[in-house]
Design a protein around this ligand. Sequence first.
Ligand SMILES: [Zn+2]
Length: 161
Amino acid sequence: MKIGDLATATATQVETIRFYEREGLIPAPARTAANYRSYDESHVERLAFIRKCRSLDMALDEVRDLLRLRDEPRNGCGDVNLLLDAHIGHVAQRVAELTALKQDLMALRSRCDGPSADADCQILKELNSGAAAPDAGRSTSIRQHLGGVHGVNSPRTSGRR
Ligand SMILES: [Zn+2]
């Protein structure tokens, strides 16, 4: 099948498939006589596997490692379990960060307890002060891995990866 057929069969954008190929997650397909990429059922299964992993917010490196363990099973399930445990740790760290963020926002919200003129709004004054939040910039790498609060980097919303 052509790349468009693979895209349709797996509900994945063509650009995403090419991206996975560049990243080495999907092997380069054979070429037809007309020099089209020619995909088969193994590509459909592999892409479904990748998409399932990405829907669980795994990083590309994690997916790559899981694919390697899928392709060359060894050491029983030990390595797979280790990888999952590490990723669960990433999620737990993100939950802790989001909990801290929620507390920061609730503290900010508590600065204002009623309708008043904008000029008196303690929340705007606090934001105007420009003082950096104490934990600004925490764990940038995890944020990139698991997406921002609004999921801008999330595979669910970007559609690309
Ligand atoms: Zn992870």
